[in-house]
Write a protein that binds this ligand. Structure first.
Ligand SMILES: C[S@@+](CC[C@H](N)C(=O)[O-])C[C@H]1O[C@@H](n2cnc3c(N)ncnc32)[C@H](O)[C@@H]1O
Length: 212
């Protein structure tokens, strides 16, 4: 799978400022409400959470770029949302996260409450294809982590809503590349997106910056 991706994207597998060694994923995160959740919420069956190192990568990206308004598509029980919510709180920003499944959304809401992030994270229980057109304004950060064959449709839907310099990120771009070949081709060839693939875990995260 890695070879396939390397053949189709001009990639760079990077260790950038956003990457974090597996041994120090939680380094510098000392909030006593959030840290235990970042360590315990991950991994429940049927929740499909990003691995902790991928959550840390997204957190570091949001912080490094000073992003203030984020959109997550696919909350599940809120694991990536905890990492992102923490970063947006540090930046004085806000995250809107969308989940279609009411049980997973309920768990996410409880996790955000326990983390003290309810004022930063606006969780909406709805089909993202219906909810996104109802959202006001633009975003400087988007994280796509819903069903993989939908990624290209989500890219088309959010692209006009992302500010110049903003980032559209997506999960499983290595592990489930075969389910999203149209998305990967689009981020590779789009004239106004500068895309890289990051092997922060075996699952892979794409980062596409919107340029002039
Ligand atoms: C891979 S999981 C998300 C994991 C989450 N980002 C985390 O790391 O904890 C995908 C989630 O996307 C949700 N989903 C799929 N299609 C959706 C849609 N059209 N609108 C909203 N949520 C959707 C699923 O119900 C599922 O909970």
């Amino acid at each position: 799978m890695k070879t396939l991706i390397l053949a189709t994207l001009p990639i760079l597998l990077v260790s950038s400022i956003c990457a974090q060694q597996a041994s120090n994923i939680f380094e510098g995160i000392d909030d006593p409400q959030i840290l235990p959740l970042l360590k315990s919420v991950y991994g429940k069956p049927g929740r499909w959470n990003v691995p902790p190192q991928d959550g840390r990568f997204l957190h570091n990206l949001v912080l490094a770029k000073g992003y203030k308004r984020g959109l997550e598509i696919g909350t599940s029980n809120g694991y990536s949302g905890l990492w992102l919510g923490l970063a947006f709180r540090k930046n004085g920003g806000q995250l809107i996260t969308l989940e279609i499944d009411s049980q997973r959304a309920k768990e996410a809401r409880e996790n955000f409450l326990k983390a003290g992030l309810s004022h930063v994270i606006d969780l909406r229980v709805n089909d993202a294809f219906k909810e996104i057109p109802r959202l006001d304004g633009s975003f400087d950060f988007v994280f796509i982590d819903a069903w993989k064959p939908d990624y290209k449709k989500f890219l088309d839907l959010v692209y006009p809503r992302v500010k110049l310099g903003g980032a559209i990120t997506a999960h499983n771009v290595i592990s489930l590349a075969a389910e999203m070949s149209d998305f990967l081709e689009a981020i590779k060839t789009h004239p106004k997106l500068e895309s890289t693939i990051h092997k922060t875990s075996t699952e892979g995260i794409s980062v596409s910056f919107k340029k002039e």
